[in-house]
Design a protein around this ligand. Structure first.
Ligand code: SAH
Ligand code: SF4
Length: 357
């Protein structure tokens, strides 16, 4: 058993079609198919009026949902929704849906909390609680897809709470389920990692060519050791070699995430170092002005500094964009809504490691 995952009853999205059929036992096969289709459309059992009432109530009790809505917030004039879910064991995780003209992207969590301890990250500050199951990850996408209607949910980014490659098995199974069961092409799925080299190597060996985003934040080991402690285990040379092999194997574009932190990694020398590593890999750079978090006192730089940093990268030949901070007013940065709910005195967010505040 994976450490941190206590035995729990499987939720409705943890089961394969034959397992759903087995739970329904004596029901005819077409009923099992109707149930599968209904739950994958994000419908609640009581809405599945094509089923007899007795079967609807069996679905509700024997195929329970894994996510229970605790809090919903909307910002950007209704374009960004953030949901804080309670899992069946009381753990809190969040999902963010971003609407664009004609389509939508969902940002899903892969763990409750995170053990990687990045100092500027709200999730890292709260510590690790547990891995999410495949079903808990898939359910975030199914619910977002329904909520996005009439827009098409086109993209899924694994950039919510947690480190996807530290929960590799369930995350990869979720990727395969999204691809096969929900029809989301692998090229519209993006896995974001803090830089776990063995996980990148496992991704390289898998068949589906998902997009890889690496949260770099520093392009020298001294600064990266400080911002992203896991760099001490997998230093830049190893990380960049693994990124290069991924790009060679998959032909997918690599992106580097760079949270711009005032006076820390926003200097001209930082841009020069970043350009030096991005260019050989033809990596796209996403600049994210730091969202303030309670446990990290440094802020994001001014808009002028952000522009200057981007322009330096562009002048050096790097494809760089500034990522618009969606949902800042609803704490839609990684882990922030869960942190806020805990601070507001809601049901405490279960945390297993001391807060770094
Ligand atoms: N653990 C994975 C994915 C989740 S974090 C990873 O680290 O890549 C998703 C992204 O949000 C990462 O790029 C992370 O560095 C960034 N991030 C975390 N805290 C942030 C903050 N306070 N401001 C801006 N970006 C942040
Ligand atoms: Fe974990 Fe990513 Fe936050 Fe680092 S930035 S603590 S890896 S969620």
């Amino acid at each position: 058993m994976i450490v941190g995952v206590p035995a729990r009853p499987a939720t409705r999205f943890d089961l394969s079609p034959p397992e759903v059929a087995a739970v329904l036992g004596d029901e005819p096969a077409y009923r099992a198919r109707q149930v599968w289709a209904g739950i994958h459309a994000g419908r609640e059992p009581e809405e599945m009026t094509e089923l007899p009432a007795a079967l609807r109530s069996r679905v509700a009790t024997e195929l329970p949902a894994g996510l229970h809505l605790e809090r919903e917030s909307t910002s950007d004039g209704g374009d960004t929704d953030k949901w804080l879910w309670r899992l069946s064991d009381g753990t809190a995780v969040e999902t963010v849906l971003m609407r664009y003209p004609g389509r939508a992207t969902v940002c899903v969590s892969t763990q409750a909390g995170c053990a990687m301890g990045c100092s500027f990250c709200a999730t890292g500050q709260a510590g690790f609680t547990r891995h999410l199951t495949t079903g808990e990850i898939v359910e975030q996408v199914v619910r977002a897809r329904r909520s996005a209607l009439p827009r098409r949910l086109s993209n899924v980014v694994f950039m919510g709470m947690g480190e996807p490659l530290a929960n590799f098995g369930p995350v990869w199974e979720a990727v395969e389920r999204l691809h096969h069961d929900l029809g989301l092409s692998a090229r519209h799925l993006t896995v974001s990692t803090v830089g776990l080299v063995p996980g990148i190597r496992r991704l390289t060996a898998e068949a589906l060519p998902v997009n890889l985003a690496v949260s770099l934040h520093a392009a020298n080991d001294t600064l990266r050791d400080e911002l992203v402690p896991v760099n001490r285990r997998y230093p830049l040379a190893e990380l960049l070699a693994a990124c290069g092999d991924y790009v060679d194997a998959k032909g997918r574009r690599l992106s580097f995430e760079w949270a711009l932190i005032d006076g820390v990694n926003d200097r001209p020398s930082d841009a020069a170092e970043l350009a030096e590593v991005a260019i050989p890999l033809a990596a796209h750079v996403n600049l994210i002005p730091l969202n303030p978090t309670p446990g990290y006192l440094v802020r994001g730089p001014s808009a002028a500094t952000v522009r200057a940093f981007r322009d330096r990268l562009k002048a050096a030949g790097v494809n760089a964009t500034v990522r618009r901070n969606r949902g800042t007013d609803i704490d839609a940065a990684c882990g922030q809504l869960a942190a806020r709910a805990a601070a507001d005195g809601d049901q405490p967010v279960t945390i297993s490691a001391p807060s770094r505040r």
